[in-house]
Design a binder for this molecule. Structure first.
Ligand code: AMP
Ligand code: MG
Length: 367
């Protein structure tokens, strides 16, 4: 069983309503913490919203009010870093490192240090999750039309072929020469891990700059909390109800990352059936594991992001077993099933509380 990783705090109940999906949800998620009452001794606050990595990001940083260590300077540095990483990791931008790697015909291509580091960590998570996370799912992701929005349902024979193209073990990364390659015809996409790792890099940047309090909301799926709020209380982050427009609960965290994967975040519908962007690598089709959302909490953003995707694919039973078997990874999970029930791992018992509207929901604590 994982040790509790969150500070113990009293339960607080609150409800909050989001607007229309998907952008409004991201904006509302960030508003949740911005609307909380401030403190008269607050240091300078710098905040902004940007569109990057295909989502709306909301950055809030507290710091001093002058000089190169100021909150404003940190915000500008963080924003530049996000755009730089986006340019390196986009699967669709022809000048990105990942696009170049995907179109190199099997040849070695040069990678920057941050890409080598992300790929190394992502491949490690692919192996640990036994391929539930597989960064080479990209040909299948493309065949369903997710990168372009030109959605379609591939025929069974096509799906069979796509499954044969998914194999993270074929990806090679050479940290000595900072190069990578993958077989011709395969393709990779870092969409399942990039935002979480961006959060890790930004947390390091904030630490170097002496920033002790920040909440970096990198879109619907990844949040990085640096320190606590300026008044010392934990950050309060709303957990989206996958079946509605409101929050079903609140997580209170300090100095931790959160990653959420959900079928509601990106999907299309055809003939009454919903098809979402998280694919099961063993079928090359949307993962139907009985879950509608998975939230992972841990000190590592890349772990939260990668595992939320992988546990969504695994489903509740396998996902809970994975959590029990990997105490060394130091993470906790909120599983939301398609019947609306919630299962949380023991470390979140004190940090998670239901929203008032949802107070009657069933919450099971996994041990
Ligand atoms: P996330 O929102 O973090 O769960 O990541 C989902 C994104 O990762 C999708 O939009 C795809 O680009 C990609 N993806 C989908 N399924 C998988 C999978 N099983 N493993 C790795 N990446 C995936
Ligand atoms: Mg992910």
């Amino acid at each position: 069983m994982s040790a509790p990783i969150l500070r113990s705090i009293g339960k607080t109940r609150m409800g909050c309503h989001a607007g229309h999906r998907p952008v409004a949800l991201a904006l509302a998620a960030s508003l949740l913490f911005l609307l909380l009452p401030g403190c008269s001794t607050e240091p300078e606050k710098a905040s902004s919203q940007i569109f990057a990595m295909d989502t709306v990001m909301s950055l809030t940083i507290y710091g001093t009010n002058s000089g190169s260590d100021s909150a404003q300077a940190a915000l500008e540095a963080a924003t530049s870093k996000i755009y730089l990483l986006q340019d390196q990791w986009s699967a669709t931008d022809q000048s990105s490192e990942i696009y170049t790697l995907n179109h190199a015909g099997g040849a070695w291509t040069a990678l920057s240090d941050s890409t080598v580091s992300l790929l190394t960590q992502a491949l490690d998570l692919c192996a640990k999750t036994d391929g539930a996370l597989d960064i080479t799912a990209y040909p299948a992701v493309s065949a369903w039309g997710f990168p372009t929005g030109e959605y379609r349902i591939p025929a069974p024979e096509e799906l069979e072929h796509l499954v044969s193209l998914i194999d993270y073990t074929a990806v090679e990364v050479d940290p000595q020469t900072s190069q990578g390659r993958l077989p011709d015809g395969m393709g990779m996409d870092l969409g399942a891990v990039a935002k979480g790792y961006t959060g890790d890099l930004l947390a390091q940047m904030m630490q170097t700059r002496g920033i002790q309090s920040a909440l970096l909301d990198l879109g619907q799926s990844s949040i990085q909390a640096i320190g606590a709020k300026p008044d010392g209380s934990p950050w309060r982050v709303g957990i989206q109800d996958p079946d509605g427009d409101s929050y079903l609960g609140v997580l209170e965290i300090s100095d931790l990352a959160i990653g959420t994967s959900g079928g509601y975040q990106r999907f299309f519908e055809q003939d009454g059936q919903r098809y979402w962007h998280i694919l099961d690598p063993s079928t090359a089709a949307p993962a139907r594991s009985g879950l509608t959302s998975v939230t992972v909490v841990s000190p590592s953003g890349v772990l939260c992001d990668g595992l939320s995707t992988a546990l969504f694919v695994m489903g509740l039973e396998k996902g809970a077993d994975f959590w029990r078997a990997h105490a060394e990874l130091n993470f906790d999970v909120i599983f939301i099933s398609d019947d609306g029930s919630i299962s949380i791992t023991a470390g979140l018992k004190d940090a998670f509380s239901l929203a008032q509207d949802d107070a009657s929901r069933e919450v099971t604590v996994l041990t």
